[in-house]
Design a protein around this ligand. Structure first.
Ligand code: HEC
Length: 473
Protein backbone atom coordinates (compact mmCIF):
# COMPACT_ATOMS: atom_id res chain seq x y z
CA UNK A 1 0.00 0.00 0.00
CA UNK A 2 1.21 3.50 -0.79
CA UNK A 3 1.89 6.03 1.93
CA UNK A 4 -0.80 8.61 2.55
CA UNK A 5 0.15 12.25 2.06
CA UNK A 6 -1.89 15.16 3.41
CA UNK A 7 -4.16 16.70 0.76
CA UNK A 8 -5.76 20.12 0.73
CA UNK A 9 -9.47 20.66 1.26
CA UNK A 10 -10.72 23.47 -0.99
CA UNK A 11 -14.26 23.44 0.46
CA UNK A 12 -16.96 23.55 -2.20
CA UNK A 13 -14.47 23.50 -5.10
CA UNK A 14 -13.32 20.10 -6.31
CA UNK A 15 -9.52 19.68 -6.07
CA UNK A 16 -9.54 18.41 -9.66
CA UNK A 17 -11.06 21.72 -10.75
CA UNK A 18 -8.43 23.78 -8.93
CA UNK A 19 -5.78 21.73 -10.70
CA UNK A 20 -7.54 22.10 -14.03
CA UNK A 21 -7.85 25.89 -13.69
CA UNK A 22 -4.15 26.41 -13.00
CA UNK A 23 -3.15 23.90 -15.67
CA UNK A 24 -5.37 25.39 -18.38
CA UNK A 25 -4.00 28.91 -17.89
CA UNK A 26 -0.46 27.56 -17.91
CA UNK A 27 -0.92 25.43 -21.00
CA UNK A 28 -2.44 28.36 -22.84
CA UNK A 29 0.46 30.66 -21.97
CA UNK A 30 3.12 28.03 -22.57
CA UNK A 31 1.76 27.11 -25.98
CA UNK A 32 1.59 30.79 -26.87
CA UNK A 33 5.27 31.08 -25.94
CA UNK A 34 6.19 28.13 -28.18
CA UNK A 35 4.27 29.50 -31.14
CA UNK A 36 5.68 32.95 -30.46
CA UNK A 37 9.20 31.64 -30.94
CA UNK A 38 8.33 30.19 -34.34
CA UNK A 39 6.51 33.34 -35.41
CA UNK A 40 9.39 35.61 -34.39
CA UNK A 41 11.92 33.59 -36.37
CA UNK A 42 9.71 33.83 -39.42
CA UNK A 43 9.20 37.58 -39.10
CA UNK A 44 12.88 38.21 -38.40
CA UNK A 45 13.67 36.31 -41.58
CA UNK A 46 11.11 38.36 -43.52
CA UNK A 47 12.75 41.51 -42.19
CA UNK A 48 16.29 40.40 -42.95
CA UNK A 49 15.51 39.33 -46.50
CA UNK A 50 13.61 42.52 -47.24
CA UNK A 51 10.32 40.72 -47.76
CA UNK A 52 8.53 42.92 -45.27
CA UNK A 53 9.94 46.32 -44.33
CA UNK A 54 7.93 46.54 -41.10
CA UNK A 55 8.82 43.13 -39.76
CA UNK A 56 11.71 44.39 -37.60
CA UNK A 57 9.50 46.81 -35.73
CA UNK A 58 6.97 44.09 -35.15
CA UNK A 59 9.57 41.66 -33.84
CA UNK A 60 10.70 44.12 -31.15
CA UNK A 61 7.15 44.94 -30.05
CA UNK A 62 5.87 41.39 -30.08
CA UNK A 63 8.82 40.12 -28.15
CA UNK A 64 8.01 42.46 -25.26
CA UNK A 65 4.51 41.00 -25.03
CA UNK A 66 5.87 37.49 -25.23
CA UNK A 67 8.44 38.14 -22.52
CA UNK A 68 5.90 39.64 -20.16
CA UNK A 69 3.38 36.90 -20.72
CA UNK A 70 5.44 33.80 -21.10
CA UNK A 71 8.26 34.60 -18.71
CA UNK A 72 6.32 36.20 -15.95
CA UNK A 73 2.84 34.65 -16.05
CA UNK A 74 3.98 31.40 -17.65
CA UNK A 75 6.68 30.82 -15.05
CA UNK A 76 4.36 31.77 -12.19
CA UNK A 77 1.61 29.40 -13.30
CA UNK A 78 4.22 26.73 -14.03
CA UNK A 79 5.34 26.84 -10.42
CA UNK A 80 1.65 27.02 -9.53
CA UNK A 81 1.06 23.64 -11.20
CA UNK A 82 3.66 21.96 -9.03
CA UNK A 83 2.33 23.69 -5.97
CA UNK A 84 -1.25 22.62 -6.70
CA UNK A 85 -0.35 19.10 -7.83
CA UNK A 86 1.37 18.25 -4.56
CA UNK A 87 -1.73 19.37 -2.68
CA UNK A 88 -4.15 17.47 -4.89
CA UNK A 89 -2.41 14.29 -5.95
CA UNK A 90 1.12 13.90 -4.60
CA UNK A 91 1.36 10.32 -5.84
CA UNK A 92 0.56 11.24 -9.44
CA UNK A 93 3.17 13.93 -9.63
CA UNK A 94 5.48 11.64 -7.65
CA UNK A 95 5.23 8.85 -10.21
CA UNK A 96 5.78 11.32 -13.04
CA UNK A 97 8.97 12.50 -11.37
CA UNK A 98 10.12 9.03 -10.42
CA UNK A 99 9.69 7.46 -13.84
CA UNK A 100 10.97 10.38 -15.88
CA UNK A 101 13.35 12.36 -13.75
CA UNK A 102 16.04 12.59 -16.44
CA UNK A 103 13.46 13.94 -18.83
CA UNK A 104 12.41 16.57 -16.35
CA UNK A 105 16.04 17.51 -15.84
CA UNK A 106 16.49 17.85 -19.60
CA UNK A 107 13.29 19.84 -19.85
CA UNK A 108 14.54 22.29 -17.25
CA UNK A 109 17.79 22.69 -19.19
CA UNK A 110 15.80 23.69 -22.25
CA UNK A 111 13.67 25.98 -20.14
CA UNK A 112 16.80 27.69 -18.82
CA UNK A 113 18.09 28.04 -22.36
CA UNK A 114 14.77 29.59 -23.36
CA UNK A 115 14.98 32.09 -20.51
CA UNK A 116 18.62 33.02 -21.13
CA UNK A 117 18.28 33.42 -24.91
CA UNK A 118 15.01 35.30 -24.47
CA UNK A 119 16.51 37.62 -21.91
CA UNK A 120 19.59 38.29 -24.06
CA UNK A 121 17.38 39.13 -27.02
CA UNK A 122 15.18 41.39 -24.92
CA UNK A 123 18.11 43.22 -23.39
CA UNK A 124 20.55 43.49 -26.32
CA UNK A 125 18.83 43.02 -29.65
CA UNK A 126 18.83 46.75 -30.48
CA UNK A 127 22.63 46.60 -30.41
CA UNK A 128 23.02 43.24 -32.14
CA UNK A 129 23.45 42.47 -35.82
CA UNK A 130 20.56 40.88 -37.71
CA UNK A 131 22.32 37.56 -37.79
CA UNK A 132 23.07 37.52 -34.08
CA UNK A 133 19.43 38.41 -33.33
CA UNK A 134 18.31 35.59 -35.56
CA UNK A 135 20.57 33.13 -33.78
CA UNK A 136 19.10 34.15 -30.42
CA UNK A 137 15.55 33.82 -31.74
CA UNK A 138 16.24 30.40 -33.22
CA UNK A 139 17.72 29.22 -29.92
CA UNK A 140 14.69 30.60 -28.15
CA UNK A 141 12.24 28.91 -30.52
CA UNK A 142 13.98 25.54 -30.53
CA UNK A 143 14.40 25.52 -26.74
CA UNK A 144 10.75 26.33 -26.10
CA UNK A 145 9.52 23.78 -28.62
CA UNK A 146 11.82 21.17 -27.05
CA UNK A 147 10.32 21.80 -23.64
CA UNK A 148 6.92 21.14 -25.19
CA UNK A 149 8.32 17.98 -26.82
CA UNK A 150 9.58 16.67 -23.48
CA UNK A 151 6.58 17.56 -21.33
CA UNK A 152 4.27 16.17 -24.00
CA UNK A 153 5.87 12.73 -23.67
CA UNK A 154 5.29 12.68 -19.93
CA UNK A 155 1.70 13.95 -20.10
CA UNK A 156 0.63 11.64 -22.91
CA UNK A 157 2.14 8.67 -21.01
CA UNK A 158 -0.49 9.22 -18.29
CA UNK A 159 -3.31 8.44 -20.73
CA UNK A 160 -1.63 5.89 -22.99
CA UNK A 161 1.33 4.23 -21.24
CA UNK A 162 1.25 1.54 -23.97
CA UNK A 163 4.16 -0.88 -24.04
CA UNK A 164 5.70 0.80 -21.00
CA UNK A 165 3.29 -1.20 -18.83
CA UNK A 166 5.31 -4.33 -19.67
CA UNK A 167 8.77 -2.99 -20.33
CA UNK A 168 8.99 0.00 -17.96
CA UNK A 169 11.62 1.54 -20.21
CA UNK A 170 11.90 5.28 -20.49
CA UNK A 171 11.77 5.05 -24.28
CA UNK A 172 8.46 3.13 -24.35
CA UNK A 173 6.92 5.45 -21.78
CA UNK A 174 8.01 8.58 -23.57
CA UNK A 175 7.22 7.58 -27.16
CA UNK A 176 3.83 6.21 -26.16
CA UNK A 177 0.88 5.81 -28.59
CA UNK A 178 -0.47 9.35 -28.16
CA UNK A 179 2.95 11.08 -28.25
CA UNK A 180 2.97 12.12 -31.90
CA UNK A 181 -0.66 13.12 -32.45
CA UNK A 182 -0.59 15.12 -29.27
CA UNK A 183 2.76 16.81 -30.04
CA UNK A 184 1.69 17.79 -33.55
CA UNK A 185 -1.70 18.96 -32.34
CA UNK A 186 -0.12 21.13 -29.65
CA UNK A 187 2.37 22.56 -32.13
CA UNK A 188 -0.43 23.62 -34.46
CA UNK A 189 -2.32 25.11 -31.51
CA UNK A 190 0.83 26.98 -30.46
CA UNK A 191 1.20 28.54 -33.91
CA UNK A 192 -2.48 29.49 -33.96
CA UNK A 193 -2.27 31.21 -30.58
CA UNK A 194 0.87 33.09 -31.56
CA UNK A 195 -0.70 34.24 -34.78
CA UNK A 196 -3.93 35.46 -33.17
CA UNK A 197 -2.00 37.27 -30.42
CA UNK A 198 0.11 38.85 -33.15
CA UNK A 199 -3.06 40.26 -34.76
CA UNK A 200 -3.82 42.03 -31.49
CA UNK A 201 -0.26 43.36 -31.21
CA UNK A 202 -0.26 44.61 -34.82
CA UNK A 203 -3.46 46.54 -34.12
CA UNK A 204 -1.83 48.20 -31.14
CA UNK A 205 1.31 49.27 -33.03
CA UNK A 206 1.23 53.07 -33.23
CA UNK A 207 4.21 53.71 -35.49
CA UNK A 208 2.94 52.12 -38.71
CA UNK A 209 0.00 52.90 -40.97
CA UNK A 210 -2.95 50.76 -41.88
CA UNK A 211 -1.39 49.43 -45.06
CA UNK A 212 1.72 48.29 -43.21
CA UNK A 213 -0.47 46.67 -40.59
CA UNK A 214 -2.38 44.76 -43.23
CA UNK A 215 0.80 43.52 -44.86
CA UNK A 216 2.08 42.30 -41.47
CA UNK A 217 -1.23 40.67 -40.67
CA UNK A 218 -1.25 38.79 -43.93
CA UNK A 219 2.16 37.41 -43.04
CA UNK A 220 1.34 36.33 -39.48
CA UNK A 221 -1.89 34.75 -40.73
CA UNK A 222 0.23 32.25 -42.65
CA UNK A 223 0.84 30.52 -39.34
CA UNK A 224 -2.87 29.72 -39.22
CA UNK A 225 -2.70 27.51 -42.32
CA UNK A 226 -1.62 24.35 -40.43
CA UNK A 227 -5.03 24.51 -38.71
CA UNK A 228 -6.39 22.59 -41.70
CA UNK A 229 -4.76 19.40 -40.41
CA UNK A 230 -6.25 19.77 -36.91
CA UNK A 231 -9.34 17.61 -37.57
CA UNK A 232 -7.08 14.84 -38.86
CA UNK A 233 -4.81 15.10 -35.83
CA UNK A 234 -7.84 15.10 -33.54
CA UNK A 235 -9.13 11.90 -35.13
CA UNK A 236 -5.69 10.34 -34.87
CA UNK A 237 -5.63 11.19 -31.16
CA UNK A 238 -9.11 9.70 -30.68
CA UNK A 239 -8.02 6.58 -32.51
CA UNK A 240 -5.06 5.90 -30.21
CA UNK A 241 -7.06 6.68 -27.07
CA UNK A 242 -8.10 3.70 -24.93
CA UNK A 243 -11.60 2.55 -25.94
CA UNK A 244 -13.17 3.38 -22.58
CA UNK A 245 -11.73 6.91 -22.49
CA UNK A 246 -13.00 7.42 -26.01
CA UNK A 247 -16.45 6.30 -24.98
CA UNK A 248 -16.56 8.86 -22.09
CA UNK A 249 -15.64 11.60 -24.50
CA UNK A 250 -18.05 10.53 -27.22
CA UNK A 251 -21.16 10.49 -25.10
CA UNK A 252 -20.53 8.35 -22.02
CA UNK A 253 -20.12 11.42 -19.87
CA UNK A 254 -22.34 14.43 -20.63
CA UNK A 255 -19.88 16.90 -19.07
CA UNK A 256 -17.00 15.62 -21.14
CA UNK A 257 -19.10 15.67 -24.32
CA UNK A 258 -20.05 19.24 -23.60
CA UNK A 259 -16.43 20.29 -23.19
CA UNK A 260 -15.36 18.43 -26.29
CA UNK A 261 -18.08 20.20 -28.24
CA UNK A 262 -17.01 23.58 -26.86
CA UNK A 263 -13.49 22.81 -27.93
CA UNK A 264 -14.38 21.61 -31.41
CA UNK A 265 -16.93 24.38 -31.95
CA UNK A 266 -14.48 27.14 -30.99
CA UNK A 267 -11.71 25.62 -33.08
CA UNK A 268 -13.98 25.37 -36.11
CA UNK A 269 -15.08 28.97 -35.68
CA UNK A 270 -11.49 30.18 -35.46
CA UNK A 271 -10.38 27.95 -38.29
CA UNK A 272 -13.16 29.04 -40.63
CA UNK A 273 -12.68 32.73 -39.90
CA UNK A 274 -8.91 32.52 -40.04
CA UNK A 275 -8.66 30.59 -43.26
CA UNK A 276 -11.45 32.32 -45.15
CA UNK A 277 -10.96 35.85 -43.90
CA UNK A 278 -7.33 36.20 -43.00
CA UNK A 279 -5.61 33.80 -45.36
CA UNK A 280 -7.78 33.71 -48.48
CA UNK A 281 -9.37 37.16 -48.53
CA UNK A 282 -6.44 38.84 -46.76
CA UNK A 283 -8.77 40.91 -44.61
CA UNK A 284 -7.65 43.23 -41.87
CA UNK A 285 -9.14 42.40 -38.48
CA UNK A 286 -9.41 44.93 -35.68
CA UNK A 287 -8.42 44.57 -32.05
CA UNK A 288 -11.88 43.48 -30.94
CA UNK A 289 -12.13 40.69 -33.51
CA UNK A 290 -8.59 39.51 -32.90
CA UNK A 291 -9.24 39.58 -29.15
CA UNK A 292 -12.44 37.63 -29.60
CA UNK A 293 -10.68 34.97 -31.67
CA UNK A 294 -8.02 34.71 -28.98
CA UNK A 295 -10.72 34.31 -26.35
CA UNK A 296 -12.31 31.54 -28.41
CA UNK A 297 -8.90 29.90 -28.60
CA UNK A 298 -8.72 30.05 -24.82
CA UNK A 299 -12.11 28.34 -24.68
CA UNK A 300 -10.91 25.66 -27.08
CA UNK A 301 -7.76 25.08 -25.02
CA UNK A 302 -9.75 24.90 -21.80
CA UNK A 303 -12.25 22.44 -23.27
CA UNK A 304 -9.51 20.32 -24.78
CA UNK A 305 -7.42 20.12 -21.61
CA UNK A 306 -10.50 19.35 -19.54
CA UNK A 307 -11.39 16.47 -21.84
CA UNK A 308 -7.82 15.17 -21.91
CA UNK A 309 -7.62 15.18 -18.10
CA UNK A 310 -11.16 13.92 -17.59
CA UNK A 311 -10.95 11.06 -20.07
CA UNK A 312 -8.23 9.38 -17.98
CA UNK A 313 -10.77 8.49 -15.30
CA UNK A 314 -10.70 6.39 -13.18
CA UNK A 315 -6.93 6.57 -13.54
CA UNK A 316 -4.42 9.33 -13.13
CA UNK A 317 -1.85 7.03 -14.73
CA UNK A 318 -3.63 4.39 -16.74
CA UNK A 319 -3.55 0.90 -15.16
CA UNK A 320 -0.97 2.13 -12.64
CA UNK A 321 -2.65 4.58 -10.32
CA UNK A 322 -6.29 5.52 -9.75
CA UNK A 323 -7.17 9.20 -9.50
CA UNK A 324 -7.53 8.84 -5.75
CA UNK A 325 -3.89 7.70 -5.45
CA UNK A 326 -4.79 4.05 -4.83
CA UNK A 327 -3.03 1.41 -6.93
CA UNK A 328 -5.23 -1.22 -8.62
CA UNK A 329 -3.17 -4.04 -7.11
CA UNK A 330 -3.72 -2.68 -3.57
CA UNK A 331 -7.54 -2.72 -3.64
CA UNK A 332 -7.91 -6.35 -2.50
CA UNK A 333 -5.59 -5.85 0.46
CA UNK A 334 -7.27 -2.57 1.39
CA UNK A 335 -10.63 -4.35 1.51
CA UNK A 336 -9.10 -6.27 4.44
CA UNK A 337 -6.86 -3.79 6.25
CA UNK A 338 -8.81 -0.65 5.40
CA UNK A 339 -7.92 2.61 3.67
CA UNK A 340 -7.55 4.65 6.84
CA UNK A 341 -5.15 2.36 8.69
CA UNK A 342 -2.09 4.25 7.47
CA UNK A 343 -3.66 7.71 7.39
CA UNK A 344 -2.38 9.61 10.45
CA UNK A 345 -3.81 13.02 9.51
CA UNK A 346 -6.72 14.40 11.52
CA UNK A 347 -9.75 15.84 9.74
CA UNK A 348 -10.17 19.57 9.57
CA UNK A 349 -12.56 20.69 12.37
CA UNK A 350 -12.29 17.29 13.96
CA UNK A 351 -14.53 18.29 16.88
CA UNK A 352 -17.71 18.82 14.84
CA UNK A 353 -18.12 15.10 14.14
CA UNK A 354 -20.82 13.54 16.35
CA UNK A 355 -19.14 10.14 16.78
CA UNK A 356 -16.17 8.05 15.73
CA UNK A 357 -18.05 6.28 12.96
CA UNK A 358 -18.91 9.52 11.17
CA UNK A 359 -15.35 10.74 11.75
CA UNK A 360 -14.04 7.54 10.15
CA UNK A 361 -16.45 8.13 7.26
CA UNK A 362 -15.00 11.61 6.80
CA UNK A 363 -11.54 10.10 6.48
CA UNK A 364 -12.73 7.45 4.02
CA UNK A 365 -14.32 10.19 1.94
CA UNK A 366 -11.11 12.23 1.98
CA UNK A 367 -8.99 9.25 0.99
CA UNK A 368 -11.15 7.71 -1.72
CA UNK A 369 -13.62 10.24 -3.06
CA UNK A 370 -12.45 13.80 -2.37
CA UNK A 371 -10.24 14.12 -5.44
CA UNK A 372 -13.34 13.98 -7.69
CA UNK A 373 -16.16 14.93 -5.33
CA UNK A 374 -16.92 17.48 -2.66
CA UNK A 375 -19.46 16.83 0.07
CA UNK A 376 -21.93 19.52 -0.91
CA UNK A 377 -20.28 21.63 -3.60
CA UNK A 378 -19.23 20.69 -7.15
CA UNK A 379 -20.08 17.05 -7.92
CA UNK A 380 -21.27 16.85 -4.29
CA UNK A 381 -22.02 13.39 -2.93
CA UNK A 382 -24.98 14.50 -0.82
CA UNK A 383 -26.63 15.73 -3.99
CA UNK A 384 -25.69 12.66 -6.04
CA UNK A 385 -27.01 10.23 -3.42
CA UNK A 386 -30.02 12.42 -2.61
CA UNK A 387 -32.58 10.12 -4.20
CA UNK A 388 -31.19 6.90 -2.71
CA UNK A 389 -32.20 5.25 0.54
CA UNK A 390 -29.46 4.01 2.88
CA UNK A 391 -29.35 0.50 1.46
CA UNK A 392 -29.15 1.70 -2.11
CA UNK A 393 -26.34 3.97 -1.08
CA UNK A 394 -24.45 1.03 0.48
CA UNK A 395 -25.02 -1.10 -2.62
CA UNK A 396 -24.01 1.54 -5.15
CA UNK A 397 -20.85 2.49 -3.27
CA UNK A 398 -19.91 -1.17 -2.72
CA UNK A 399 -20.21 -1.57 -6.48
CA UNK A 400 -18.76 1.84 -7.24
CA UNK A 401 -16.87 0.77 -10.39
CA UNK A 402 -20.09 -0.67 -11.84
CA UNK A 403 -22.25 2.26 -10.72
CA UNK A 404 -20.13 4.43 -13.03
CA UNK A 405 -17.08 2.80 -14.60
CA UNK A 406 -15.15 6.05 -14.47
CA UNK A 407 -14.93 5.56 -10.70
CA UNK A 408 -12.38 3.21 -9.13
CA UNK A 409 -13.57 0.19 -7.10
CA UNK A 410 -14.19 0.84 -3.42
CA UNK A 411 -10.97 0.09 -1.51
CA UNK A 412 -11.88 -0.36 2.15
CA UNK A 413 -13.51 -2.63 4.71
CA UNK A 414 -17.30 -3.05 5.15
CA UNK A 415 -16.93 -1.03 8.39
CA UNK A 416 -15.33 1.82 6.45
CA UNK A 417 -18.02 1.69 3.80
CA UNK A 418 -20.75 1.88 6.42
CA UNK A 419 -18.89 4.77 8.05
CA UNK A 420 -18.81 6.56 4.68
CA UNK A 421 -22.55 6.03 4.21
CA UNK A 422 -23.21 7.36 7.72
CA UNK A 423 -20.96 10.35 6.96
CA UNK A 424 -22.93 11.09 3.78
CA UNK A 425 -26.29 10.69 5.57
CA UNK A 426 -25.14 12.88 8.44
CA UNK A 427 -23.93 15.55 5.99
CA UNK A 428 -27.23 15.36 4.08
CA UNK A 429 -29.07 15.83 7.38
CA UNK A 430 -27.12 19.10 7.81
CA UNK A 431 -24.73 17.80 10.42
CA UNK A 432 -26.80 17.42 13.59
CA UNK A 433 -24.89 17.33 16.89
CA UNK A 434 -26.17 13.88 17.82
CA UNK A 435 -25.99 10.91 15.46
CA UNK A 436 -26.46 7.23 16.23
CA UNK A 437 -23.65 4.85 15.30
CA UNK A 438 -24.79 1.88 13.25
CA UNK A 439 -23.33 -1.37 14.60
CA UNK A 440 -25.88 -3.79 13.11
CA UNK A 441 -23.90 -6.89 12.04
CA UNK A 442 -26.43 -7.81 9.32
CA UNK A 443 -25.65 -4.52 7.54
CA UNK A 444 -21.91 -5.25 7.59
CA UNK A 445 -22.51 -8.79 6.34
CA UNK A 446 -24.65 -7.47 3.50
CA UNK A 447 -22.01 -4.90 2.52
CA UNK A 448 -19.36 -7.61 2.57
CA UNK A 449 -21.40 -9.70 0.14
CA UNK A 450 -21.90 -6.74 -2.18
CA UNK A 451 -18.20 -5.91 -2.12
CA UNK A 452 -17.41 -9.51 -3.03
CA UNK A 453 -19.92 -9.42 -5.87
CA UNK A 454 -18.38 -6.20 -7.15
CA UNK A 455 -14.87 -7.69 -7.23
CA UNK A 456 -11.72 -5.63 -7.10
CA UNK A 457 -11.15 -5.16 -10.82
CA UNK A 458 -11.94 -1.80 -12.47
CA UNK A 459 -15.38 -1.38 -14.02
CA UNK A 460 -16.01 -2.65 -17.51
CA UNK A 461 -17.38 0.11 -19.68
CA UNK A 462 -18.73 -2.29 -22.31
CA UNK A 463 -20.74 -4.22 -19.76
CA UNK A 464 -21.86 -0.96 -18.24
CA UNK A 465 -23.02 0.36 -21.60
CA UNK A 466 -24.98 -2.81 -22.18
CA UNK A 467 -26.56 -2.54 -18.75
CA UNK A 468 -27.47 1.05 -19.40
CA UNK A 469 -29.06 0.20 -22.74
CA UNK A 470 -31.06 -2.57 -21.10
CA UNK A 471 -32.28 -0.11 -18.50
CA UNK A 472 -33.33 2.30 -21.24
CA UNK A 473 -35.22 -0.46 -23.05
C1 HEC B 1 -11.99 9.37 -10.53
C2 HEC B 1 -12.90 10.31 -9.97
C3 HEC B 1 -13.93 9.77 -8.99
C4 HEC B 1 -13.71 9.14 -7.79
C5 HEC B 1 -12.39 8.80 -7.14
C6 HEC B 1 -15.02 8.93 -7.22
N1 HEC B 1 -15.99 9.40 -8.06
FE1 HEC B 1 -17.99 9.28 -7.77
N2 HEC B 1 -18.32 10.05 -9.62
C7 HEC B 1 -17.34 10.58 -10.42
C8 HEC B 1 -17.95 11.20 -11.57
C9 HEC B 1 -17.22 11.93 -12.69
C10 HEC B 1 -19.35 11.00 -11.42
C11 HEC B 1 -20.45 11.43 -12.39
C12 HEC B 1 -21.15 12.63 -11.88
C13 HEC B 1 -22.34 12.94 -12.74
O1 HEC B 1 -22.87 12.03 -13.39
O2 HEC B 1 -22.73 14.11 -12.72
C14 HEC B 1 -19.53 10.26 -10.19
C15 HEC B 1 -20.78 9.87 -9.70
C16 HEC B 1 -20.98 9.45 -8.40
C17 HEC B 1 -22.26 9.18 -7.82
C18 HEC B 1 -23.59 9.24 -8.56
C19 HEC B 1 -23.75 7.95 -9.30
C20 HEC B 1 -25.03 7.81 -10.08
O3 HEC B 1 -25.22 6.72 -10.67
O4 HEC B 1 -25.80 8.75 -10.14
C21 HEC B 1 -22.04 8.83 -6.51
C22 HEC B 1 -23.06 8.48 -5.48
C23 HEC B 1 -20.62 8.86 -6.29
N3 HEC B 1 -20.00 9.23 -7.47
C24 HEC B 1 -20.00 8.57 -5.09
C25 HEC B 1 -18.63 8.40 -4.94
C26 HEC B 1 -18.02 7.96 -3.71
C27 HEC B 1 -18.74 7.68 -2.42
C28 HEC B 1 -16.67 7.90 -3.95
C29 HEC B 1 -15.59 7.45 -3.01
C30 HEC B 1 -15.72 6.16 -2.43
C31 HEC B 1 -16.46 8.29 -5.34
N4 HEC B 1 -17.67 8.59 -5.90
C32 HEC B 1 -15.22 8.35 -5.98
C33 HEC B 1 -15.97 10.54 -10.22
C34 HEC B 1 -15.36 9.93 -9.15
Amino acid sequence: MLDVFPVNDYGPIMPGLVMAAVAIVHVFLAQFAVGGGILLCYLQWLGMTGRNPHARQFVAGYFKVLVLISFVLGALTGVGIWFTAIQVSPHTIGSMVQNFHWLWATEWLFFSLEIVSGYCFYRYHSRLSDNASMVLLVIYAVASWMSLYLINGILSWQLTPGRWLETHTLFDGFYNPSFWPSLLFRTVVAMTLASLAACVVINLMTSVDREAKTSLMNRVAELLIPMVIMPGLGLWFLAVMPADSRSWVLGGSPAMMLFLNISIGSSLAIGAYALLGLVLQRLFINTATAGLLLLLAFGATAGGEFVREGSRKPYSVRHVLYSNSIRPQDVAQMRVVGCTANDPYPLRNDSIYPNDQVRLGGKVFRRQCSVCHTVEGTNGVTELTGAWDTNQCRLNIAKLQHTKPFMPPFAGTPQELEALVQFINWSSAERPEAWRENTDPTDFAQIKTWLEEAGTAPGDFKQNNKRRQELIR
